[in-house]
Structures are given as structure tokens and as C-alpha cells.
Design a protein around this ligand. Structure first.
Ligand code: NAD
Ligand code: GLY
Length: 374
């Protein structure tokens, strides 16, 4: 397939506010022409983090300058800890100081942390202003920049305070991944594999054949994976924007186990979010085997693929000094808790994920004890 300037343009058909995701190598350098129709003033507020700013601030400034736009920047510390009340207040104050009005669009340039934080701030400034996502991690390009989930973390847990607030436009530049650390690329790749496991076994096969190339930076593989993932996410979000019918819940595959691991490791560099999702998908598959739902060889095929691309696959290696009960306790703080029970994403096979409502956390704890000892 020849690479064109615009590799794909995918519509996210949400009621009242449909928008496009433009996937195009080099699009950050052409951002001006895409952003200009969405911006009414000559300056635009941009929020990013310090790592992203090092590599991409000057490039975006030049691109915006080419259409007469000036970027006014807020540069935050990198890392999950930035999804906090403190930084939310900082972004809100910055946007208000910049006289952002409801019909203005602010730009979130960065990974899922910046996208979630800035989207949430935009949802509340003047009771809701517009925003544009320019995702710069693989995770953000294939998942978090699309679909309008925004949030911060609190002392009680991850993403517990947030809003649904859709962006006006998403510009995904696969070339932005050239500067992304390898570990972050691998972590984002877990979210790519997720789409295969949910309902697309052929795509899981594609991942097995091309995943290593994608992670190594192959341009075709990267663009294909981003476009395929975004198309899948757009379909799911259009069907169930606010996660009310169970369709969007499928995107949480691996997250209940993964969040418990993230909580136990202190939401720190010990386990990145995407790494937690990867491990969580393996655990969801193995727990499905324990329940007699899925063939053991399918679960091990998933683990083998994630291991082959360098993702962590062993709980023991995390040195968490805890038992299964402790991990299961973290799950009771999950925001998906529903009338005292926790819906779980389980699998009947690769590409056959479903929502189970009959999972007993005591049984999950016993299962996790065995995984910790594995
Ligand atoms: P991140 O935003 O922390 O970025 C990872 C690291 O890469 C950071 O250090 C960042 O500074 C750096 N970085 C980003 N782009 C770079 C680039 N191009 N070059 C060099 N460095 C770069 O992490 P993430 O994995 O993108 O996002 C994780 C967050 O996303 C979590 O908080 C998670 O809860 C959230 N999330 C949200 C959704 C959603 O639907 N809203 C979905 C999945 C995950
Ligand atoms: N990443 C989960 C969702 O967007 O619903």
C-alpha cells in the first residue's frame, strides 16, 4: 500500500458532535491547515508535557505560524501523577487566564495523561469549551484520544473523577512515535492487540505477523495498526458513547486486572498503564480458562505474543509482595462496580470477549494467588 499524506480519515459518529480522526505521517508539521478552520482567534492555547515539548513544541509552533496562529503554551510535568486535582486546577486557570471562550478550541498535545487532563479541563471551563487532540503516544493514537473519556486520578484510585467530553478533531501523526521511548511504544501496543482480542481474530493474527515490525518503527505497520484500531474504536463509541449498553465496556478488556496491578505498584514507572492492560488481558484469558470458557492454548497464544514483543507477562517479576486477596481488594474500588458486583470482561476465545456479571472476587483472589506463584 502506498503511503499518502493522509493515510486515513475516520469519522467518529457521536450524536450531536461527530468529528474526524486524521491519521497522517507528518501531520504535526501540517497541523495549521487542519486546525485553522476550528480556531476563531489568532492565538490558541496548547497544553503539553515537558518530554513532548522537547521534541514537538517548535514543530507545532512552526506549523501553526504558517497559517498565522500563535500557540500559547502550558508545559506540565510528564507522568501519571499529572492527572491530579492540582494540575487540573492549573490547566483550568491557564485556560481562563487565556480568555478561552466556549466556542474556542484548546489543543492537547501529548499522550493519554495530557489528553485525559486537558479534555477534562475543557469539559468544565465556561461549562465546556472545545478541544483538539494531537496524540503523541501509540496508546493515545489508538485509544485514549478517541471517544471522549476524560479524567483525573484521586487518592482513592484511577480515573475516578471525569467526564465524557468529545474532541472536535484528532490529528494522529505516526511520525510522532519516532521520539517515543521503546518501553512506551510496547505499552501502547497492548491496546492495539486488545482490538483483536475483543472481536477481531484476524487482526490478532495480523498483530502476530506484524507487531514486532510495528514496534520497531515500520511506517506501514504503524499506520495500518493505528487506522485499524481507531476504526474499531470509532464503531464501538458510535454504538455506545456513554458506556450504557455494554458495547463500549468491551474496551475495558484487561483493565480490571490491570488497574489492580497498577494500584498495587503505586501507579508508577514500575508498571505502565499499557503494560498493566497487557498483563490484565493475559489474566482475563487465563481466568476464562479456569472458568472452562476458553481453551488453554488460546490463552497461552496471547501470552506468547505479548512476551514475544517484549511486554511483561509475569506477575512474580513485579515483586509486589502481596497476595491475591489484596489485588482483588483493589478491584472493589473499580468505577465499574455496579450494585456491589463487578462486571468482568472474559473471553470464549480470541476475538470473543464478553461481559460476565457472575464473577466471584474470592475466586479471582484464589486464581491470582496461583498466578503470583507461577
Ligand atoms: P503518557 O501520556 O504518560 O505518556 C507516556 C510518556 O511518554 C510520558 O513520559 C510522555 O512525556 C512521553 N511522551 C509522549 N509522547 C512522546 C513522544 N512523541 N516522544 C517522546 N516522549 C513522549 O502515557 P500514555 O500511555 O500515552 O497514556 C496513559 C494514560 O492514558 C493513563 O492515564 C490512562 O488512564 C489513560 N487512558 C485513557 C483512555 C481514554 O479513553 N481516555 C484510554 C486508555 C488510557
Ligand atoms: N479506553 C476505554 C474507552 O475508551 O472506553
Amino acid at each position: 500500500m502506498a503511503m499518502t499524506a493522509e493515510f486515513a480519515r475516520i469519522a467518529v459518529d457521536v450524536a450531536g458532535a461527530p468529528y474526524d480522526v486524521v491519521i497522517a505521517p507528518g501531520v504535526i508539521d501540517r497541523a495549521g491547515e487542519h486546525v485553522r478552520p476550528f480556531v476563531r482567534k489568532d492565538s490558541v492555547a496548547i497544553v503539553t508535557d515537558a518530554h513532548v515539548a522537547t521534541h514537538w513544541q517548535a514543530r507545532l509552533d512552526t506549523a501553526l505560524g504558517a497559517v498565522g496562529l500563535t500557540g500559547v503554551w502550558l508545559i506540565l510535568p510528564p507522568g501519571e501523577a499529572t492527572k491530579s486535582w492540582t494540575h487540573l486546577a492549573q490547566v483550568v486557570d491557564f485556560l481562563i487566564a487565556h480568555d478561552v471562550e466556549r466556542r474556542d478550541r484548546v489543543i492537547a498535545l501529548g499522550g493519554g495523561v495530557i489528553g485525559d487532563l486537558v479534555g477534562f479541563a475543557a469539559s468544565m471551563v465556561k461549562r465546556g469549551c472545545g478541544f483538539i487532540q494531537i496524540p503523541t503516544t501509540l496508546l493515545a493514537q489508538v485509544d485514549s484520544s478517541v471517544g471522549g473519556k476524560t479524567a483525573i486520578n484521586t487518592a482513592a484510585g484511577k480515573n475516578l473523577v471525569g467526564a465524557f467530553h468529545q474532541p472536535a478533531l484528532v490529528l494522529a501523526d505516526p511520525d510522532a512515535l519516532d521520539t517515543l521511548p521503546l518501553r512506551e511504544t510496547r505499552a501502547g501496543y497492548a491496546e492495539v492487540v486488545k482490538y483483536g482480542l475483543i472481536d477481531d481474530p484476524d487482526f490478532f493474527g495480523w498483530c502476530e505477523a506484524h507487531g514486532a515490525k510495528l514496534i520497531a518503527g515500520d511506517a506501514q505497520a504503524r499506520a495500518h495498526a493505528i487506522a485499524h484500531s481507531v476504526a474499531a474504536k470509532a464503531r464501538i463509541v458510535a454504538a455506545d458513547e456513554k458506556e450504557l449498553t455494554g458495547v463500549r465496556a468491551l474496551l475495558n478488556l484487561g483493565h480490571t486486572f490491570g488497574h489492580a496491578l497498577e494500584a498495587q505498584t503505586g501507579f508508577s514507572d514500575r508498571l505502565l498503564h499499557g503494560e498493566g492492560v497487557g498483563l490484565g488481558m493475559i489474566l482475563a484469558a487465563r481466568y476464562s480458562v479456569r472458568r472452562g470458557l476458553m481453551a488453554g492454548q488460546d490463552a497461552e497464544r496471547i501470552a506468547a505474543h505479548l512476551q514475544s514483543v517484549g511486554l511483561p507477562v509475569s506477575l512474580a517479576a513485579l515483586n509486589m509482595a502481596c497476595d491475591g486477596r489484596r489485588l482483588a481488594d483493589h478491584m472493589t474500588h473499580d468505577k465499574k462496580m455496579d450494585a456491589g458486583t463487578l462486571p468482568f470482561l472474559l473471553l470464549r476465545g480470541i476475538g470473543q470477549t464478553f461481559l460476565a456479571h457472575d464473577v466471584d472476587l474470592a475466586d479471582v483472589a484464589v486464581f491470582l494467588d496461583a498466578e503470583l506463584a507461577r
